[in-house]
Design a protein around this ligand. Structure first.
Ligand SMILES: O=C(O)c1ccccc1NCC(=O)[C@H](O)[C@H](O)COP(=O)(O)O
Length: 205
């Protein structure tokens, strides 16, 4: 089964197009003001409008008020939502969109037990835990802590790049991989050659 690819933290139309042209399945747009990759609804709408069909658009939020998410959805035709904070299942499921819940992995976590707390999730994104940083850390975590037997779609994130993504796939057999910093020239600015190399590696595996 091919491993799907999401390129997260897109802030520019040209980077979204580079991701689509390289063969990415999805792009991520960060609606979290403190992030160096944050976009406004107007910026995001322009990026989504420029995309060709069949590229899933994902909106990422961190403990946002429901009205804030609804306001973005009114302006930006997002396909999927991604929640990176402490949002419970009932909150995540209220927006008439499928959603992914991000979990930041700490040593000793029972990931099947944690994932079960979001029964409405279309997928569970596993990212690295770093105190005070909700995501986009650029750091990997111990992939051997991911259970081999699970009944949820795993989206693997955290410090992936073209050099380590093959090993991460072999170790965890994810449904999809998610990358941000590993395909950047600077925070929020993607590098099209790094995107191509990343996609090539995933497809090679
Ligand atoms: O990117 C951010 O700045 C960010 C801020 C707050 C919450 C989440 C954020 N990013 C999440 C992601 O982009 C993905 O989970 C990503 O694949 C992991 O980032 P990276 O380790 O840089 O590949």
């Amino acid at each position: 089964m091919p491993v799907r690819i999401k390129i997260c933290g897109i802030t520019r139309v040209e980077d979204a197009l580079a991701a689509a042209e390289a063969g990415a399945d999805a792009i991520g747009l960060v609606f979290y003001a403190p992030s160096p990759r944050a976009v406004s609804a107007a910026q995001a709408a322009a990026i989504v409008q420029a995309l060709p069909p069949f590229v899933t658009t994902v909106g990422l939020f961190v403990n946002a008020a429901a009205d804030e998410v609804k306001a973005v959805l009114a302006e930006v035709p997002l396909d999927l939502l991604q929640f990176h904070g402490d949002e419970p299942d009932a909150y995540c499921g209220q927006f008439q969109r499928p959603y992914m819940k991000a979990l930041r992995v700490r040593p000793g976590d029972d990931l099947n037990q944690l994932a079960a707390q979001w029964p409405g999730a279309a997928g569970i994104l596993l990212d690295s835990y770093k105190a005070g940083v909700p995501g986009g850390t650029g750091e990997t975590f111990d992939w051997s802590s991911i259970p081999a037997h699970r009944d949820w779609a795993l989206v693997l994130a955290g410090g992936l790049d073209a050099n380590n993504v093959a090993a991460s796939i072999t170790a965890s057999h994810p449904w999809a991989v998610d990358v941000s910093g590993g395909v950047e020239a600077a925070k929020g600015i993607k590098d099209s050659e790094k995107i191509q190399a990343f996609v090539h590696e995933v497809k090679r595996v």
